[in-house]
Design a protein around this ligand. Structure first.
Ligand code: CA
Ligand code: CA
Length: 575
């Protein structure tokens, strides 16, 4: 300890030693010595400490330092404070020892000159890609996906290969992620459930606001809280919170710009599906005219300059959310006659319980097949995904070329998965792997190593506590229900017993472990899939006796709190 102290001391400049001296003097004053009441031993100890601090000021410096005003001042103070007292050295030894320890502790604890500059808090670039399933190249969900930018991002850090949403719908998933609370805890299960009309407005602090309250500059662009277009300006604001942001694009009260649409729509689909907004077609426009391109252009401006505070920048990319309208060049990347349908089993739904079959958009599927639109729809998704990937590439290039490159943590996530005909289902709002599995990648200069993967299940619910740990933020007032995954960033195999839980409506849950998916519906019916031999979840083994213990263990992890929905449930959720 003594040698460490000496080494530490020698590293301090004269100015730092002076600051140290002042700290010791201030510490003595706080001890509130009163000359008339102190016993002589305590006063001698104080004298010893003062003498020590004076020697500290002069140590390591040449004779010129002895003549400095500083030295003269300390000598004067020492004399005036302590000269009237005398005592026997034997009596004051314990007190001297105590003060020695105090002074040594203060010196050792004082950081050395290299560490006095606090490490700047990492900036956060938070990229949300809407309705992004696991077709991203590095996750291998579709052999024709073209996502070089997201693939490159994953290779710069850590890719979670087994990440899942807490709810398979935009609003329920995003609200859960941003509040750090399960849908079953808040009762927010559907897109119509606006968190701002609930008690959460008083009892919880959502993620961007927590960053703002904790000293970050918060900037946002595009969809973060739920919003959609439906080609009507009234939906573009969504459920945002203008008070959470220092600035937002298009504005503090509007999350999304209006999007480019064909003159006559639907082009390939039917008015029966969301009034025609579930549609796919190339657009004869420049990429820069796309709404997402405007969102990204704004974000790029802020990545090209320094900021007075650490930055939390959220960028929400709307594609590949429907409508799958994108410039012609993105469709040209996927010639129609080359399109491969997603892997599917013809009679897959026959071993599903009735509650599961009710979730499927079977009628949509029948229409799509009957009208020869399945390949065209897959083409539309692949084109929209490729466009979204180009947008991610633009953001990352701006980051890399700007002043924030070295101290920014990048997190890219999708809000839920997406079916394109598997199990005769389209979209989300179900509890299978296609719907719950999401891309999640983290590149953190201080935490992750390039080209690492983590196969342990994690949840988007884990993002809030992970960001708290990464950025050293205080805890918010609500009790966060996720579990930080920061330990997995450095050591991807550190934990293997985690599970991810997804909830679709009240009392319907899926529990995903490393090997299995267990689903339990409100009526008690079940599904179980074994991913070790059934990666597409084609064979429901819930009724096989050999899986009884697996089922029992996973069922025991289902949330016990299951709040009633905020509003009466609709027959089916809407986009
Ligand atoms: Ca979504
Ligand atoms: Ca099946």
């Amino acid at each position: 300890m003594t040698s460490h102290f000496a080494k530490n001391l020698l590293q301090h400049s004269q100015q730092q030693r002076y600051r140290l001296f002042i700290r010791i003097i201030q510490g003595l004053e706080k001890l509130n010595f009163n000359h008339a009441e102190q016993d002589p031993s305590s006063v001698l100890a104080k004298q010893f400490l003062l003498t020590f601090s004076v020697s500290l000021l002069s140590s390591g410096h040449g004779p010129t330092h002895d003549k400095s005003p500083l030295k003269q001042m300390t000598a004067l103070e020492t004399s005036s404070l302590c000269s009237p007292y005398k005592c026997a050295p034997s009596k004051c030894a314990p007190a001297m020892l105590a003060f020695w320890l105090v002074s040594l502790a203060s010196l050792v604890l004082l950081p050395n000159s290299n560490a006095t500059e606090p490490t700047p808090r990492t900036n956060i670039l938070f990229i949300a890609v809407d309705d992004l399933n696991d077709w991203v190249g590095v996750l291998g969900g579709h052999p024709q996906a073209v996502t070089p930018n997201m693939d490159a991002l994953a290779q710069r850090g850590l890719l979670f290969t087994n990440a899942h949403c807490t709810a398979p719908g935009c609003n329920a998933s995003r609200t859960s992620l941003l509040m750090g609370l399960r849908p079953s805890t808040t009762g927010i299960y559907q897109n119509a459930h606006d968190w701002r009309n609930t008690s959460l407005i008083d009892t919880a602090v959502h993620l961007p606001k927590h960053f703002k309250n904790s000293g970050y500059k918060t900037l946002g662009s595009g969809k973060l809280f739920h919003a959609h277009t439906f080609f009507d300006p009234k939906y573009l604001s969504g459920f945002s919170d203008p008070k959470a942001w220092d600035d937002y694009f298009p504005s503090l009260t509007q999350q999304m710009p209006a999007e480019a649409v064909p003159e006559n729509w639907p082009v390939n689909s039917s008015k029966d599906f969301y009034g025609g907004h579930f549609d796919w077609s190339p657009l004869q426009i420049k990429t820069s005219e796309m709404a997402d391109a405007k969102v990204v252009a704004w974000a790029k401006q802020h990545l090209s300059k320094t900021h007075e505070k650490p930055l939390f920048l959220s960028v929400g990319i709307y594609r590949p959310h429907v409508p799958w309208y994108a410039p012609q060049k993105y469709f040209d990347r996927f010639p129609l006659d080359s399109i491969q349908l997603p892997k599917h089993l013809e009679h897959d739904i026959e071993d599903l319980p009735e509650a599961a079959r009710k979730l499927t958009k079977n009628q949509w599927h029948q229409w799509i097949v009957a009208n020869q639109q399945w390949k065209r729809a897959v083409q539309g998704y692949l084109a929209s995904l490729s466009f979204a990937d180009d947008m991610v590439g633009e953001i990352l290039t701006a980051l890399d070329e700007g002043p924030l490159a070295d101290n920014t943590t990048v997190i890219l996530w999708g809000d839920h998965g997406y079916h394109l005909g598997e199990k005769q289902h389209w979209e989300k709002f179900a509890l299978w792997e296609n719907t719950t599995h999401v891309p999640l990648m983290v590149v953190s200069p201080m935490q992750t190593k390039p080209n690492t993967r983590c196969d342990t299940p994690v949840s988007l619910l884990d993002l809030y506590p992970s960001l708290i740990e990464l950025c050293d933020l205080p805890t918010p007032p609500q009790t966060l229900e996720g579990r930080s995954f920061v330990n997995l960033l450095k050591n991807p195999t550190a934990e293997q017993d985690r599970v991810a839980i997804t909830t679709q409506g009240q009392n319907n849950h899926a529990v995903r472990s490393q090997q299995h998916r267990y689903i339990q519906y409100a009526d008690g019916t079940e599904e179980l899939y074994d991913h070790s031999n059934d990666p597409h979840e084609w064979t429901n083994v819930a009724n096989e006796k050999r899986y009884a213990q697996v089922k029992q263990r996973l069922a025991s992890l289902i949330p016990t709190v299951n709040q009633a929905p905020l509003l009466p449930p609709k027959k089916s959720d809407t986009n």
